[in-house]
Design a protein around this ligand. Structure first.
Ligand code: SF4
Length: 332
């Protein structure tokens, strides 16, 4: 259970139920008042080597930006929701590209406004829309602190139209198993070989517990997607991903295998990641491989297209063998 080492908070959070709840929940934790959750000078000035320590803090504020971004993968809109950042430390985390070393967990207490906008957009639309509410954080993890996922699902379940979806790398899903979701929630579990989880995805749940969580969620009627993500081309990647797909085939229950869909995403990396990781995790593996990767503008790196294509064919063949009836939504 995450217990923050310090809380940085905007005074305005006291006007919200959730703000008061969190201040009360952590009444024994040192608190520092801040002007703006986006600009905490004392955090910005810390060296990269402090990255893991910075993740032990909790930042609480009021979300000011509520702009939906159109999306064409597994949802119609990416929605800024109740948190950004995370207490875990995956070495490739995409949030580091946006927030640099300040990708610690920030909670936003004005959840009513955010969910209200989703519900209104959904009900005013002619077609059924799907809203991605977890593109900035991990809501299963966040729920252990705020209870926001339970609150969100219970308050969205009886809307006339629409779906919510979010990805996760965590197994703490018991709180949402017995609540009314009305079939309107699509949980997308992100998986990787256990060896990669150990070496790269610090602070996330183990593979076998993620698989158990998928089975339990399905039993409770949730729609399920599986992300094989990010695919990382370490030396023994072929055998690792073969084992992973075989394990999924062996351990996922019949109901999941019947209709789950997959997304396959290759790792993208960046100059910022290399700098933070070498200083924050000096003994960890180096994910940047100049023989396999190429620049993609703005200091980002991706696998060279011919290398990625070859890996994609390998993975698609495995999927054809072990999950012949399941849709792969995309490979990127
Ligand atoms: S669990 Fe997700 S949000 Fe958290 S560090 Fe890993 S990739 Fe980033």
């Amino acid at each position: 259970m995450f217990k923050p080492q310090a809380i940085y908070y905007e005074n305005g959070i006291k006007d919200y139920y959730l703000g008061k709840f969190l201040l009360d929940k952590y009444s024994d934790v040192p608190k520092i008042e801040i002007e703006n959750h986006n600009n905490i000078e004392v955090m910005r000035n810390k060296p990269n080597s402090e990255f893991a320590n910075m993740k032990k803090n909790l930042i609480i504020g009021v979300r000011k930006t509520h702009k939906f971004v159109e999306n064409h993968k597994t949802s119609d809109f990416l929605v800024p929701y109740t948190s950004s950042g995370c207490t875990a430390m995956c070495m490739y985390c995409y949030l580091v590209c946006n927030y640099n070393k300040c990708s610690y967990l920030r909670l936003f207490v004005n959840r009513e406004k955010m969910l209200d906008k989703i519900i209104k957009t959904s009900e005013n639309s002619e077609k059924e829309l799907t809203f991605e509410i977890g593109s900035n954080s991990d809501l299963v993890l966040e729920n252990t602190i705020t209870g926001n996922l339970v609150w969100t699902i219970e308050n969205f379940a009886n809307t006339k139209k629409g779906f919510l979806t979010f990805p996760t790398k965590f197994d703490m899903i018991d709180d949402i198993l017995d609540i009314n979701h009305n079939g309107k929630i699509i949980v997308r579990m992100s998986v990787n070989p256990q060896e990669i989880i150990n070496k790269v995805e610090f602070g996330t749940s183990r593979l076998d517990s993620r698989i158990n969580a998928i089975n339990k969620l399905k039993k409770s009627g949730y729609k399920i997607g599986i992300l094989i993500a990010p695919v990382i081309l370490v030396n023994n990647w072929q055998s690792l991903y073969k084992d992973l797909i075989q394990t999924l085939s062996d351990k996922l229950c019949y109901k999941v295998k019947k209709d789950t869909f997959f997304e396959i995403i290759f790792m993208t990396y960046s100059f910022v990641h290399t700098k933070i990781n070498e200083e924050a995790f000096p003994n960890a593996i180096n994910l940047f491989d100049k023989n396999l990767m190429t620049g993609r503008g703005k200091g980002k790196y991706m696998y060279k297209s011919e290398i990625k294509k070859e890996a994609e064919i390998y993975l698609r063949n495995l999927m054809k063998k072990y999950f012949p009836n399941n849709k792969i939504m995309y490979v990127v």
